[in-house]
Design a protein around this ligand. Structure first.
Ligand SMILES: Nc1nc2c(ncn2[C@@H]2O[C@H](COP(=O)(O)OP(=O)(O)OP(=O)(O)O)[C@@H](O)[C@H]2O)c(=O)[nH]1
Ligand SMILES: [Mg+2]
Length: 178
């Protein structure tokens, strides 16, 4: 019997792996709203989320987590607040392979911190060839007034995504239990 249902949100840059992350861990068939990508200047990929992704994972017999994916493109930012309502927290995914991931991180974080109190950051696409080192995130962390956990993950790898979900839920318990 399900006694508790939580909601968590996957947000972040276009192509970072929000839809992939939900597909990787969901125990139900993921409901996706992907359409042909017309913004190939922003990203080359064929499909992009234009509405919402929805998946589910059971933590135990009594606890279910709803997994909500946002569209990455800024033109859909009016939907972000709606999707974040009532969520335990947000996993912010940033694609390391884009030209300025730190600018993107600052940009998305400044928007999402007003909609979500509990945020953790996942840096994706670190397996690809890059000109920039991952040390930029350590430097970024050192400059923040609030400390945000940063994970280097591959959204296609189940253990990586589960690690972030666990971290977000653990953080939520700390944030919400008092
Ligand atoms: N090489 C590599 N590919 C990844 C990684 N994470 C995700 N991908 C792939 O990147 C592509 C884009 O991922 P999506 O899940 O569509 O990205 P999204 O964040 O949902 O993008 P939008 O819906 O357009 O905002 C997919 O082919 C994923 O399988 C990663 O860490 N490394
Ligand atoms: Mg998507």
């Amino acid at each position: 019997m399900i006694l508790q249902q939580y909601k968590i949100v996957f947000a972040g840059t276009m192509g970072a792996g929000k839809t992939a992350a939900i597909q990787t861990i969901s125990q139900i068939q993921v409901l996706s709203t992907e359409a042909l990508n017309t913004d190939t200047a922003a990203h080359q990929k064929a499909l992009t989320t234009v509405g919402i992704d929805y998946g589910e994972i059971a933590l135990d017999e009594e606890t279910k987590v709803g997994l909500y994916g946002t569209p990455g493109q800024e033109r859909f930012n009016f939907m972000w607040g709606v999707i974040c309502k009532g969520a335990l927290g947000t996993i912010l995914l940033i694609d390391h392979s884009i030209s300025d991931p730190i600018a993107a991180l600052n940009d998305y974080l400044s928007t999402f911190k007003d909609m979500s109190e509990n945020i953790i950051i996942g840096i994706t696409h670190v397996d690809e060839k890059h000109t920039q080192s991952t040390a930029i995130y350590r430097q970024w962390q050192d400059q923040q007034k609030v400390s945000y956990p940063v994970f280097f993950v591959d959204a296609r790898v189940k253990e990586d995504v589960l690690l972030m979900v666990d971290a977000l839920l653990a953080n939520a318990e700390i944030t919400f239990s008092h």
